[in-house]
Design a protein around this ligand. Structure first.
Ligand code: GDP
Ligand code: MG
Length: 440
């Protein structure tokens, strides 16, 4: 995809903002790539709309092409849609924590149950009990018992003739008496969705009150997997998804559809028949797989970094001349935010020590940062360049525009003044050979 996209847009060879036409043409290719990757059609549509909205008007960074720029935006939206962070199984509940495995027959529930049990035992150091509630297939309970022996995890002893609900109760009791940390309930599946299956799962859920309800789905079944997820979620409200047979799925489209349609996180990927074939879901990697590209994203990130350096140099030059207005402050706030505190340029200024703590404290949390930037954004250009004009009525206007309070604006102005004073003192005293001379 990235090659084709690059091809289309690189013909344009120009700088400036991405236009509606650039993005529109690129979106045709993106749409085709997503469909090839087995992404559901309505998901493709909403996804490309989102990218279009995000991309039109974005400045093309120096040294990358418009095509590469669009690919980067597509990638970012993909990662966001897939879920930005890995979302592991949540065990934050009183022991024994019940985990309910649901899904169609053959999707990989029993295999995944044993894989998860192995992982929680070995990596999480938990005591795990597994129980098969599959009363339909005669060999199902033995299958889980065999896997249990293999991964050295206990399974609930088999008592013939019990219903799924009876077994679930017995499993919970056994887990409580046996001081287990986690109890994983492996349910029966059907070849297709049916009401009897749903009713049984719903009843087991009501009785065991599971902390996680994991839908196990075969990533190779594409749209069927999406429908299954929707059906289970509306009936028993799942908390996450495990996509199996990812080892045979080079495309990754099911992940995007499942996530977009259910809004539920994909927690794990099954990557083989063996018991160690289980991986954390990594949105970056799956996004890369869907787009079939690697280097473009890194390239654009690198170019964006260089842009920051250029910007920092320009700011340094202005500071050296003793200029430091609220736009410079905003640049600095972004820089600090990105570096997680007093880093970059500010950290290099010796004179800043005086106000350092104040700035650091103000930027400790994300909320404060966002409010400060909102305040500056709500000002007119004239106000940002010359904060002296900020009188009571202007401050009131800015406060309501940014959803903040006048006191916050005063605090920001005070911080800016202190910083500007430091800059001025340094600019004047140090002149051309000041601490920033090397940068500018
Ligand atoms: P269940 O009916 O949902 O319990 O499904 P099973 O756990 O019995 O799995 C059905 C088949 O799929 C078995 O042969 C498994 O070995 C296989 N299987 C399960 N997960 C994976 C996976 O992630 N990759 C591959 N290649 N095979 C898997
Ligand atoms: Mg099974």
């Amino acid at each position: 995809l990235s090659d084709r996209l690059g091809g289309i847009l690189d013909k344009l060879k120009r700088r400036g903002a991405l236009t509606e036409a650039d993005v529109g043409e690129a979106m045709r290719e993106v749409r085709r790539a997503l469909i090839e990757a087995d992404v559901a059609l309505d998901v493709v549509r909403s996804f490309t709309d989102k990218v279009r909205q995000r991309a039109v008007g974005v400045e093309v960074i120096k040294s990358v092409t418009p095509g590469q720029m669009v690919v980067k935006i597509v990638h970012d939206v993909l990662v966001e849609t897939l879920g930005s962070d890995a979302d592991p199984i949540d065990l934050n509940a009183p022991a024994p924590v019940p985990i309910l495995m649901v899904g169609l027959q053959g999707s990989g529930k029993t295999t995944t149950t044993a894989k998860i049990a192995k992982r929680l035992t070995e990596r999480g150091n938990r005591r795990v009990l597994m129980a098969s509630l599959d009363t339909r297939r005669p060999a199902a309970m033995e299958q889980l018992a065999t896997l249990g022996t293999q991964v050295e995890v206990n399974t609930l002893p088999i008592v013939p003739g019990q219903s799924a609900v009876q077994i679930a109760k017995r499993a919970m009791d056994a887990a409580r008496f046996g001081n287990y940390d986690v109890v994983i309930l492996d349910t029966a599946g059907r070849v297709t969705l049916d009401e009897a299956l749903m009713a049984e799962v719903a009843e087991v859920k009501a009785i065991t009150n599971p902390h996680e309800v994991l839908l196990v789905a075969d990533s190779l079944t594409g749209q069927d997997a999406v429908n299954t997820a929707k059906a289970f979620d509306s009936r028993v409200s799942i908390t996450g998804i495990v996509l199996t047979r990812a080892d045979g799925d080079g495309r990754g489209g099911a992940a995007l559809s499942m996530r977009a349609v259910t809004g539920k996180p994909i927690k794990l990927l099954g990557t083989g028949e063996k018991m160690d074939g289980l991986e954390d879901f990594d949105p970056q990697r799956v996004a890369g797989r869907i787009l079939g590209m690697g280097d473009v994203v890194a390239l654009v990130e690198k170019a964006a970094e260089n842009l920051d350096i250029e910007k920092a140099k320009a700011t340094a030059e202005r500071m050296r001349k003793g200029v430091f207005d609220l736009e410079d402050l905003r640049d600095q706030l972004f820089q600090m935010q990105k570096m997680g505190g007093m880093g970059g340029l500010m950290g290099m200024l010796p004179g800043i020590a005086k106000v350092k703590n104040q700035i650091a404290a103000a930027n400790l949390d994300d909320k404060v940062f966002k409010r400060q930037v909102a305040i500056i954004n709500s000002m007119t250009r004239q106000e940002r360049r010359n904060p002296k004009v900020l009188d009571a009525s202007r401050k009131k206007r800015i406060a309501s525009g940014s959803g903040t309070k006048v006191e916050e604006i005063n605090r920001l102005i005070k911080m800016h003044r202190q910083m500007a004073d430091v800059m001025k003192a340094m600019g004047g005293a140090a002149g051309k050979r000041g601490p920033l001379a090397g940068l500018a």
